[in-house]
Unconditional design. Sequence first.
Length: 223
Amino acid sequence: MHGFPRYHRSDPRRWLGLWLAWGVVLVAGPGLPLHADEASDREYKVKVAFVYNFLKFIAGGRFGPAEETAGAPADPNKTLVVGVLGKVPSQESFADLQGKLVKDKRIAIRYFKSLADCEDAEKKIPAQHPQSKDMGRCHVLFVCPSEKSFLPRLLPPLQRDGVLLVGDTPGFLEAGGVINLLIEEKKVRFEVNLAAAAREKLQIRSSLLRLAVRTVEHDAVER
């Protein structure tokens, strides 16, 4: 689970450390109080930056083998799909990821509507999201807070597809998510579910795991 080849370029751990420090500034920076929308944009710019940096520490699953590709030229035919599920707290922040490079792949953002907006003709919410198969083709799926009450329906169909499931709501790891973002002492931090990562056949670099505020070895899903 922890094995991962070293990069010849700058160690991505250094970059994630910078984001950890910058999170203090962006979430709790000095100055005049921010309006709610501004505060949300500021918070999610940090969270999206974390997601971007996570991608440098992940192999396996839909990411493929842990090969050394840091020096390879970008191939426009290779795409790393980041799905965003639910009502987006800051669409601008996720749009900033579009076209960015991770190793030799360019990021493409795809949005999926909230399960609450998938009601049938009788106004019933389906037991499974109608776009679950499309979500399972993403490399990363960020599950927005709007989906918290639907996690037991949304996550099970995705838990064997090799997708990095990322959220930012309490209970996300317990529901089977892989990485959950949270705010502690006005800083953006993250926690990791190793059991969920194993189900997705994802390999998480040990230098990333050391920065997590909590790791979960076993969860209710595996039982």
